[in-house]
Design a protein around this ligand. Sequence first.
Ligand code: HEM
Length: 416
Amino acid sequence: NINEIPKDEGIDHSFALLKEGYEYILNRRKNFQSNIFETRILGRKAICIGGKEAAQLFYDDTKFERQDAAPNRVIETLFGKNAVQTLDGKAHLHRKRMFLDIMSKEKINEFLDIVKIEWEKALDEWSRKSEIVFYEEVKALLCKASFKWIGYPVHEDNAERLMNELGAMFETPVAFGPQHWMGRMKRNQMEKKMTELVERIRSGEVQVQPDSILHQFVFYKEMDGNLLDAETAAVEIINVLRPVVAISIYINFIVMALAQFPHERAKLKQHPDYAILFVQEVRRFYPFFPFVLAKVKKDFTWNNFVFQKGTLVLLDIYGTNHDPDLWEHPDEFRPERFANWQDDHFSLIPQGGGISETTHRCPGEKLTIEMMKFALDYLLNKMDYEVPEQDMYIAMNTIPSIPKSKVVLTNVKRVR
Ligand code: HEM
């Protein structure tokens, strides 16, 4: 008994994807009343799936693989060549350890200690200004913190330059869609410098602390016992720095949520345990990653639908977080929904699904959540500010989804 997969008819739907952005897959899932449909995007046939059951399927690595799943230009810009995102099986697990090893409680606390110092310094500066663009400020702050966290040894002026390049890698709001998708990221320059740094550390010309993240990455061995080639080591170091800085996007969503839903403030103030519910809801509610990509590893059927080897599959991240079958009133901001919530690893998937030790799920989730809780505490209890009239519109078809005004704050003061 074979079911036919509903089809989004037409030659290519890259334009619709471009126009509808985050909602492209969910809109069609609703229209077809199906958690699976076929389309043509990225120049080839693709199957889009969404929802919990689909996420469970997608993270079954006997059925899907990542190698050659993403188009080359995405790899060359967003991930970097030979990055952990493109690996499968044992090679993936081995490389993944490198990231998981730096996510211990101690390392995350070290990160928060560094951020605290930077945030305090920044707060002094913000207090002296009448107005700040919060997105830019937090990005700069996290840039500095991320370099310190990995143990980057260069002088301040040099670090400053690298910092700007790193920001540029995801800062420019790019049109949604394959042609533009992160295409303008200034990856090459950054990779080149980082590769040089890896080589200089290996040759002993530059010294780094033996217990630093940088040292761990620079001297990490492949399964065959050889060091990673310098370029790949550089790619993976950037794979830590770039997303740490990208947490600035979530921190801005926190400010937006506090402004858009002011009644949440009292609940947060009264119940300290409410913070985690609020943070989870921010991660569920606001758009960040639209979807993830994989390729069918071997022919199989699922719910009587045929998946052919080599077919590109997109898992709907945004739409699963807004799936009406999983979330009551998905388009309402309701942190309470997480009060008695049981994490099944496949319903709340802003940073991927499954278990990060064994799937491609983001290794940085704990750090992201802790950083968000930290920022929420500052915004709520340690600083006063006003949010003047501004356009906080988030376009659903640009990635990353940065509010138009980049969140302007006025009269920022330290609470004493
Ligand atoms: C993977 C989102 C923060 C490092 C991913 C994936 C998503 C994601 C959607 C892909 C999952 C998949 O392919 O199935 C986010 C978001 C973040 C964030 C929204 C918030 C800013 C971080 C942080 C790190 C990090 C702080 C720091 C180390 C990575 C790496 C991967 C990844 C290395 C690839 C993992 C793999 O392929 O096995 N992230 N992430 N991310 N993330 Fe994050």
